[in-house]
Design a protein around this ligand. Structure first.
Ligand SMILES: Nc1nc2c(ncn2[C@@H]2O[C@H](COP(=O)(O)OP(=O)(O)O)[C@@H](O)[C@H]2O)c(=O)[nH]1
Ligand SMILES: [Mg+2]
Length: 236
């Protein structure tokens, strides 16, 4: 087995070092091959310098860069399309879902699912450190809206921890267009259209207080992207 871990990073100088160290020491203990692909999304801080340093010691670390900030969706797509793994996982740079949860998702892929997505909203999810109350409420409301508008029945589409079998990853990412934070929803929407088997899996979550999401600006963009998705696919 070959696992590719894809990480979007925007101004992550405070968090990416610790996360990379944890990911690398986890992967070294596994009996499969791996690569780590980080996409620096036009960070204005020292993220890129830090990554260059780390890549001298971690041989299977590949650093990609967008000349300017393009969005989480754009960056994850770029990483996935560059990856070589037969299983591909993307995770947030802050490891709010601990990297050990990878085994859980891979387990479902080996059980016959093509995509396994982490979820903070199932009864068995272990949310040890919560997001701020308004972020959690926004997340729940967003998922209700998605149920109504797109007929997608998930409890949590936004958890930054998702795992794909290679063929399914290529199928959904090659036709994805959403560049910013609603890209997860688009992936699940495409997966449904293509009859791809998706499992929503309860995971652990320790929220990291630092957040790159700008509540008003980003949530209105997210909603707009969902509406566009609906209108562009009015028959589905
Ligand atoms: N590529 C890219 N990644 C971003 C951007 N904003 C945030 N991210 C990444 O998306 C992930 C989640 O961001 P985070 O700030 O932890 O969001 P939150 O946990 O949802 O509040 C992290 O890996 C960030 O580096 C962006 O504009 N572009
Ligand atoms: Mg976070």
């Amino acid at each position: 087995m070959y696992l590719s871990i894809v990480i979007p990073a925007y101004n992550e100088e405070n968090r990416i070092g610790t996360s990379l160290t944890k990911i690398h020491s986890f992967l070294k203990k596994q009996n499969y091959d791996f690569e780590i692909i980080i996409i620096d999304d036009g960070s204005k801080d020292k993220t890129l310098n830090l990554l260059s340093k780390y890549s001298q010691n971690i041989h299977n670390l590949i650093v990609l860069r967008n000349g300017r900030n393009q969005g989480k969706g754009f960056s994850v797509k770029k990483g996935v399309l560059k990856s070589k793994g037969d299983i591909i996982l993307f995770t947030d740079a802050d490891l709010s879902t601990p990297i050990e949860e990878t085994d859980k998702l891979i387990g479902w892929i080996k059980n016959g699912y093509q995509i396994a997505i982490g979820s903070r909203a199932l009864p068995e999810s272990q949310v040890e450190m919560h997001q701020r109350w308004y972020r959690e409420l926004m997340g729940k409301t967003f998922n209700k809206i998605i149920r109504v508008i797109l007929n997608l029945n998930y409890h949590d589409t936004q958890c930054g921890f998702k795992c794909f079998k290679r063929d399914a990853a290529l199928e959904v990412f090659q036709s994805s267009k959403v560049c910013r934070f609603s890209f997860d929803v688009e992936l699940l929407f495409i997966a449904k259209k293509q009859d791809i088997r998706v499992k929503e899996v309860p995971v652990r979550w320790y929220n990291s207080p630092e957040s790159k999401l700008k509540i008003v600006r980003d949530s209105s963009k997210m909603l707009w992207d969902i509406l566009k998705l609906r209108f562009n696919n009015f028959r589905d």
